[in-house]
Design a protein around this ligand. Sequence first.
Ligand code: ADP
Ligand code: FBP
Ligand code: MG
Length: 320
Amino acid sequence: MAKKIGVLTSGGDAPGMNAAVRAVCRAGLAKGMEVVGILRGYNGLLNGEVIEMNARTVSGIIQRGGTCLYTARCPEFRDIEGVKKGRDKCLEMGLDGIVVIGGDGSFRGAADLSAQGIPCIGLPGTIDNDISCTEYTIGYDTAMNTAMEMIDKIRDTAQSHDRCSVVEVMGRNAGHIAINVAAAVGAEAVITPEKPYDLNAIAQKMEQTKKSGKTHFIIVVAEGVGKTEYITRTLQDITGVESRATILGHVQRGGSPTVRDRVVATEMGYHAVELLEQGIGNRVVGMKDNKIYDVDIQEALSMKKPFEEELYKILNETAF
Ligand SMILES: Nc1ncnc2c1ncn2[C@@H]1O[C@H](COP(=O)(O)OP(=O)(O)O)[C@@H](O)[C@H]1O
Ligand SMILES: O=P(O)(O)OC[C@H]1O[C@](O)(COP(=O)(O)O)[C@@H](O)[C@@H]1O
Ligand SMILES: [Mg+2]
């Protein structure tokens, strides 16, 4: 049974990470454990940047974006020597387990550390929702709502000027944010890395809808497509509709987390501590059929996430 646990955030930050840190801390304390916060991802483990946590350490953070533990990328942890150094630090501090809040890269580190005898539990924290073993990642809902609100504002000006606005949203190599946000704003088209696209076909559709009285257009592009400026210029050249590109960028990573992100983070954080309490490690906590569950890290990393075909189809059929 775990007596002392650590918690860290790693990789890109995401709204709701603080709610997860709070849940891990409070659940650990409620179960009679000592809890420490490891700062700046695996770097803090290797450098001994660690803070003792009590109930008040996590007061007033549930509503805040970012991560109070800071986050970083730690190249040293990719090598076995770095992982062994991490294990030695855990033994030195008397840590019986660590909760790692991050993405797939962070989970690889957690698997390596578990293999060295330190039970680690991964919690999916990324705005991209690109982690295959889970239907949902902490930060996804907030990021999508932010992108939606931004595009609603962009629409006001696109409408006033009879323009086409091409908006790039984040998502790394995945189109989950793009498809859902495009559906939510009623975009004319969405372009994602998972599907081939035809700018002539999109331009033709714009011209058709223009005939029915449409005067402005919103096109959502996932960052993984990587050609937002080119797409904007090409659509303008073909249709003659004045077009502007907007890259939403890091605004999508910040802000106060939504209800969904706070609640899921709390449930996942609690579940992670329950696993460590039983001495279980090398697991990722996820959501399956809308329920919290856990899965072996290697298995989690080998899964593939299905593309949202149905939503993609509905979006395209109703955009005119
Ligand atoms: N293959 C790996 N083995 C061990 N640790 C890794 C590995 N890949 C990534 N990490 C650790 O996890 C950190 C975060 O990974 P990264 O891929 O940047 O973000 P994310 O966790 O969001 O996917 C890396 O900086 C490194 O410390
Ligand atoms: O913060 P950076 O280094 O600019 O990284 C940007 C990337 O991080 C994200 O915002 C989040 O990705 P991760 O959660 O995997 O780090 C991606 O959408 C984007 O591609
Ligand atoms: Mg990643």
